[in-house]
Write a protein that binds this ligand. Structure first.
Ligand SMILES: C[S@@+](CC[C@H](N)C(=O)[O-])C[C@H]1O[C@@H](n2cnc3c(N)ncnc32)[C@H](O)[C@@H]1O
Length: 230
C-alpha cells in the first residue's frame, strides 16, 4: 500500500557516540581504495556533454532521477549530473517523453565512493550538491555506512557549492550537519521543512505518509545566495 512508509526505527536515541571520533579519523587519513575503471569511465561520461563553463549540479544517489530532471528544468543554464549505483533505478520510466527531457543533464551509473573522489581529485567545483534521502542505515552498528561516517565524506565538502541533505530521519540530518561542521569549521543549520512539490519519489512517499521531513543546507562558497529554490 502507498503512503504507509515508516520513519526509520533505531535503538540509537540521538547522535551516535562514535560519530566525532569516526569523522576525525577519516579526516586525518587518506582514503586509499583504488577507483574502479567503471567509475572512472562514468565520471568521464558525466562531463562529456558539459561545456566546461556552465555551473554544475550533482544529484548524488538520484534513484529514478526525477529530482535530476526537476533540477535541470529549474536551472536551465546549469549542467546537472544524476549519479546512482542502480542501473535498474536509473533506467525506470521517466515522467516525460524523451523529446521533452531537458538537454542540460546526464545520468550515470557509478559508485559515489569513487565518483566523489574522482570529482574532487579533478578539482571540479559544484554550484549545487544534493544528497536526497540517502539510505539511513539506522542500526547502531551500521554507523560507518551512513555517508557522513564513511571514509569518503571528507571529499564531499571539498566540492564546494550549496550542499543539501534531506532525510525523514532527524538523527541522520543532525549527524550529517555535525560532521560537515567539524570538517569545514562552519555551523550547519538543520530543520524540518514542508514539501508542497516533492523533489523525489521518496520525498513524496514520506510526505504522503504524514512524516516530518528534515534537511540541512550549507553554502560552502560564501558569496553565493542561499535563498534560490528548489
Ligand atoms: C533511498 S534511495 C533515494 C533515491 C532518491 N534520491 C529519492 O529520494 O528518491 C537511495 C539511493 O542511493 C543510491 N545509492 C546508495 N549507495 C550508493 C553508492 N555508493 N553510489 C551511488 N548510489 C548509491 C541507491 O541506489 C538509491 O537509489
Amino acid at each position: 500500500m502507498y503512503a504507509n512508509s515508516k520513519i526509520p526505527e533505531s535503538a540509537q536515541p540521538g547522535v551516535h557516540e562514535q560519530l566525532k571520533a569516526q569523522v576525525a579519523k577519516h579526516a586525518s587519513c587518506t582514503f586509499r581504495k583504488p577507483c574502479l575503471d567503471y567509475n572512472k569511465a562514468a565520471f568521464e561520461a558525466s562531463l562529456a556533454g558539459w561545456d566546461g563553463h556552465a555551473p554544475l549540479i550533482l544529484d548524488a544517489g538520484c534513484g529514478v532521477g526525477h529530482s535530476t530532471i526537476q533540477l535541470a528544468r529549474a536551472f536551465p543554464d546549469h549542467w546537472v549530473i544524476g549519479v546512482d549505483q542502480s542501473e535498474d533505478r536509473l533506467s525506470r520510466k521517466k515522467p516525460y517523453p524523451d523529446a521533452l527531457m531537458p538537454r542540460n543533464m546526464v545520468f550515470v551509473r557509478a559508485d559515489l565512493v569513487d565518483y566523489w573522489r574522482l570529482m574532487a581529485e579533478a578539482g571540479i567545483r559544484l554550484a549545487r550538491h544534493y544528497i536526497l534521502y540517502p539510505n539511513p542505515w539506522p542500526k547502531i552498528g551500521h554507523l560507518g555506512r551512513r555517508w557522513h561516517a564513511h571514509p569518503v565524506f571528507p571529499y564531499v565538502p571539498q566540492l564546494g557549492g550549496r550542499l543539501e541533505c534531506r532525510s525523514n530521519w532527524n538523527i541522520y540530518v543532525e549527524e550529517f550537519a555535525l560532521a560537515l561542521g567539524w570538517l569545514t569549521g562552519r555551523t550547519v543549520e538543520t530543520g524540518s521543512f514542508e514539501a508542497p512539490s516533492p523533489l523525489t519519489p521518496f520525498e513524496r512517499k514520506y510526505r504522503d505518509s504524514g512524516q516530518t521531513l528534515y534537511r540541512c543546507v550549507v553554502e560552502l562558497d560564501p558569496q553565493t545566495n542561499l535563498e534560490e529554490t528548489p
